[in-house]
Design a protein around this ligand. Structure first.
Ligand code: SAH
Length: 221
């Protein structure tokens, strides 16, 4: 399929799945109209890349449903000058959306094969304002903090303390918190009066595995 056909399908995706469901931030909508999501999934799945569901990206991991990417991105309230940390690089798609909206994106995945592939795709598309590293993202990225925004794209049993500590004043952390089967999308805001919480609805992510997440092993889904 030629690129302009993918672009047309992508515009329709944003109209029907994202804007129609209430995502209103014009910068988020514009970013999602620009980023070529198909390039972040295996080529055999390119024709499904704009459908309303997650897709497998190898290593038993998934690229999130487009609407969830939009919802989490909007919840971060990004400004152009912001420095953002993402835990769970996966395919790199969410990192690309963040790179469209913020000054600097730092992204961590525990699986080297995914981090390397994501880095290749992001670089190939011309993104320059990002860094990807392999490691346990529940520890954050202490050398690069504080962050204006932190996004966790895997489901956590609780909010990892190091991530809250690495937020700037007025910084926002968006993270799915719950059990293995369902989580609540949670926003934590660092304010002068302490940490504030908002709850943004239910979701279902693969597990966040690490020192402040789930233990490795056990049954995944
Ligand atoms: N944001 C991704 C989807 C992430 S899927 C995208 O746009 O495609 C969740 C990812 O979190 C997986 O790649 C998994 O390897 C990673 N992950 C799980 N626990 C992690 C941890 N402690 N640190 C870093 N990455 C982790």
């Amino acid at each position: 399929m030629p690129e302009d056909e993918f672009a047309a399908i992508r515009q329709r995706m944003v109209d029907t799945q994202i804007e129609a469901r209430g995502i209103a931030d014009p910068r988020v909508l514009a970013a999602m109209r620009r980023v070529p999501r198909h390039r972040f999934v295996p080529q055999g799945l390119w024709d499904q890349a704009y459908n309303d569901y997650p897709l497998p990206i190898g290593e038993d991991q998934t690229i999130s449903q487009p609407y969830i990417v939009a919802l989490m991105t909007e919840a971060l309230e990004l400004k152009e000058s912001d420095r953002v940390l993402e835990i769970g690089t996966g395919s790199g798609y969410q990192a690309a959306v963040l790179a469209e909206l913020a000054a600097e994106v730092y992204s961590i995945d525990r699986l080297a094969s995914l981090a390397e592939q994501a880095q290749k795709v992001l670089g190939g598309l011309g993104y320059k304002n990002f860094q990807v590293r392999v490691g346990d993202g529940t520890l954050g990225w202490p050398e690069a903090c504080p962050f204006d925004a932190i996004l966790v794209t895997a489901g956590a049993p609780q909010v990892p303390r190091p991530l809250v500590d690495q937020l700037a004043l007025n910084g926002r952390l968006v993270i799915p918190v719950g059990d293995r089967f369902s989580q609540t999308l949670t926003r934590i805001r660092q304010t002068n009066e302490g940490v504030k919480y908002d709850y943004l609805g239910g979701c279902r992510f693969v597990r966040l595995i690490g020192a402040h997440g789930w233990k490795a092993g056990g049954v995944d889904f």
